[in-house]
Design a protein around this ligand. Structure first.
Ligand code: GDD
Length: 395
């Protein structure tokens, strides 16, 4: 593929935060001439490099009661060499949707001779393994992992680690275009191939997110992302004294990390997870607050934001859902120790203006799970590996 070279990089402490890079073409051919690195601002990422990273990557797909056709489509778009890990919280009573998901995945994997893992978020063995690892605070009173997309991501991440993967990417299950999924993973690999540090992250910016109202309108920014990006940028600006617009992917559900980075980040509950990843990186490696990871500080963190060629068409879940997501994102910024009094005031005013909070109210604190490196991952791995077969689709 051809991608813009990272033309401008903002440095915040030891973080290298790259401005958005556009995908120029999805394929660059086997024989096409390699443009000299960086010439015309375009880089060729060759197929060999793409395959190198795909082979080392797990793609985690969180699912909750999505249409089966969509899940099938998403899995069919994940490159063959990636390990697919589906973490489902779909209903089991009356109609056992989880079973249907497993059957569909099994068929796809048999036809294409590939392996995949599938687990239910409420599987007692997963709850036990999380408890063994020290993630008691993720469990409900029934001993099972609580609801939430972020909770599913964490299970998937730990399973990817148990499977020995070096990179982990996340892709939502409610995507209408399998071709877009294929592109997300290629974009992940492109970012990783450009990283200087073993601690790297790639976040996807959709070129368009089409809306249907009368006709088809190719909208660029979502209602939540515009606001989240603004305040994440303000969080940086108020600390550096220089206004910036570098953050364009604050809510990116589609994102990937090197396992080394994924292991040292804390994970906020539910839909706060994506903005919190950035906030946590700013806190730990922005050079303003003392770092908890001095060795990582030396190597730095590379963050890439890659704009797709494909538009993103997914299920729309209504206004209440949008407000819930916005409040979650704002809470992560508001409660960060980097957030000063003036920025807090502006955030409160924004949430009141949006009708999400009333005068005098504050965003709730969001539960933040300990980084995997700080818990006993090996206990999780041992418990899961005891019957790892159970999670294999082709058992
Ligand atoms: N396992 C599991 N458990 N999966 C869940 C849960 C859960 O409790 N809740 C939601 N999911 C799955 C959905 O089935 C879907 O595949 C994915 O997580 C995203 O959830 P949605 O509810 O569809 O989120 P969204 O489309 O509104 O928002 C997405 O995009 C945002 C960026 O625009 C999410 O990825 C957000 O996190 C992201 O910020």
């Amino acid at each position: 593929m051809f991608i813009e070279s990272p033309r401008y990089t903002e440095r915040f402490g030891s973080i290298r935060l790259n401005h958005v890079q556009k995908v120029i073409a999805l394929d660059s051919g086997l024989k096409s001439e390699l443009p000299p690195h960086g010439a015309m601002g375009v880089i060729k990422i060759n197929e060999e490099t793409i395959k190198h990273f795909e082979d080392r990557m797990a793609i985690v797909i969180p699912v909750k009661d999505e249409k089966l056709k969509l899940i099938e489509g998403v899995v069919s778009g994940v490159p063959h060499d990636c390990l697919v890990i589906v973490v489902s919280n779909s209903q089991r009573e009356k109609v056992d949707r989880f079973r249907m998901e497993g059957d569909a995945l099994n068929q796809l994997c048999r036809f294409t001779v590939r392996e995949a893992l599938i687990a239910h978020q409420k599987d007692p063995a997963i709850g036990e393994a999380m408890g063994e690892a020290g993630y008691d605070d993720l469990l409900g009173t029934d001993g099972l992992v609580r609801d939430g997309k972020s909770e599913a991501m964490l299970i998937g991440l730990l399973m990817a680690k148990a499977a020995g993967k070096e990179y982990v990417g996340f892709i939502d299950a409610d995507n209408y275009f399998p071709g877009a999924v294929l592109e997300y993973v290629r974009n992940y690999t492109a970012g990783f191939s450009l990283a200087q540090s073993p601690y790297s992250m790639v976040r996807i910016l959709w070129q368009y997110k089409p809306k249907i109202s009368g006709g088809l309108f190719f909208k660029k920014w979502g209602r939540v992302s515009e606001v989240t990006n603004k305040y994440l940028n303000d969080l940086i600006s108020t600390r550096t004294g220089f206004e910036t617009e570098v953050v364009k992917t604050g809510n990116a559900g589609e994102h990937a990390m090197s396992m080394k980075l994924a292991e040292i980040l804390p994970y906020a509950s539910g839909y706060a997870v994506e903005p919190q990843e950035l906030v946590s990186i700013f806190e730990d490696f922005g050079g303003i607050l003392p770092t908890k990871n001095p060795k990582v500080m030396d190597q730095g963190i590379d963050i890439f934001q890659i704009e797709t060629r494909n538009p993103h068409l997914h299920e729309e879940k209504g206004d209440e859902h949008v407000q819930e997501m916005l409040l979650a994102a704002m809470s992560t910024i508001y409660h960060s120790p980097l957030c000063g009094a003036e920025l807090k005031r502006v955030i409160l005013a924004e949430l009141v203006k949006q009708g999400i909070l009333k005068d005098g109210e504050e965003p709730p604190h969001i539960h933040i799970a300990t980084p995997p490196k700080k818990v006993n991952i090996n206990k999780f791995i041992n418990t899961i590996q005891r019957d790892f077969d159970k999670y294999h689709v082709l058992r």
